[in-house]
Write a protein that binds this ligand. Sequence first.
Ligand code: FAD
Length: 297
Amino acid sequence: MELKKNAPLSKYTTIRVGGLAKLMVFPRNFEEVREALKISQWEDIPLFILGRGANTVFGDFNGIVINTRFLNRFTVSEKGDGLEVVAQAGVPLNYLVELGLRENLEGIYRLVGFPATVGGAVAMNAGAFGYEVSKHLRSVKFMLYTGEIVEEKAEDLEFSYRSSPFPTVGVVLEAVFFFPRANYCVVQEYEDIKLRRKQTQPLQMPTAGSTFKNPASTSAGKLLEQVGMKGYRLGNIAFSQRHANFLINLGGASYEEVVKIIELAKRRVFEEFGVELEEEVKLIESSSAYGWKVCGA
Ligand SMILES: Cc1cc2nc3c(=O)[nH]c(=O)nc-3n(C[C@H](O)[C@H](O)[C@H](O)COP(=O)(O)OP(=O)(O)OC[C@H]3O[C@@H](n4cnc5c(N)ncnc54)[C@H](O)[C@@H]3O)c2cc1C
């Protein structure tokens, strides 16, 4: 299995922030994923599963990062009034979006314009414009941290707003979707969404998308704007002028700066509105709660 020691994490995330990972591995099949889990246990180091790194901000990570980019098998077959897609975790979500456009499939085209792997999108239950990845998901094959592979129907897994049982219960290996053909032409809506993203998001800058989840009653961006965080800069990191909930790396931003600006934003919003913003981005460093420590097993 391909393996890198002291891998520079900024190279592997869209916001381009990060220190070093003790180890990064690039499994090409499920057996190599199992090997990576064993390494983390033998070495007694934390484990993190990385897709495109579009929702992740790293500090130094004294553990093992499983990079899923080579788990990239993708099959499509006709089934009744739609298409069944089987996609391994590292397949770019964009392949599904483009398929949706070409084949005029329902829903998935609405996820145009953001980077993700299938595994990361399932784990985050990524969504936009009223559509979530879990909508047409049929089943997920995943590896428990014991190394056992299981497959569960999507209806037996709990998905909600930007939340799923993964990676807590295991590593997503493969997802099966069924996309019905739409009875309207999807291309116009696809183009509108693409344009809207271009107009409202800082797509030319290194970013990790929405920093915070939207609270029940309003958007995080609105609250941030009202407490003066839109365009606010701290060192080399700033909340975008274009989208108050997007952090942008102005060049050489550090993990510590990201954590500081997030803390400041949360404090201001809490003091002004009594609302506790919850991070959507994953803040990962060695001692972070998100860094998965595989125990016992
Ligand atoms: C410009 C921009 C716009 C964005 N807009 C949106 C948007 O509209 N809607 C939206 O939902 N998101 C958006 N995002 C955020 C991001 O694209 C999504 O969260 C995406 O699903 C992350 O996928 P990833 O592969 O990059 O995941 P990563 O960042 O690599 O990982 C995210 C989480 O998923 C876990 N994970 C990854 N792969 C696996 C796996 N195989 N098994 C188990 N766990 C795994 C990781 O451990 C981590 O906890 C945007 C990001 C950018 C940069």
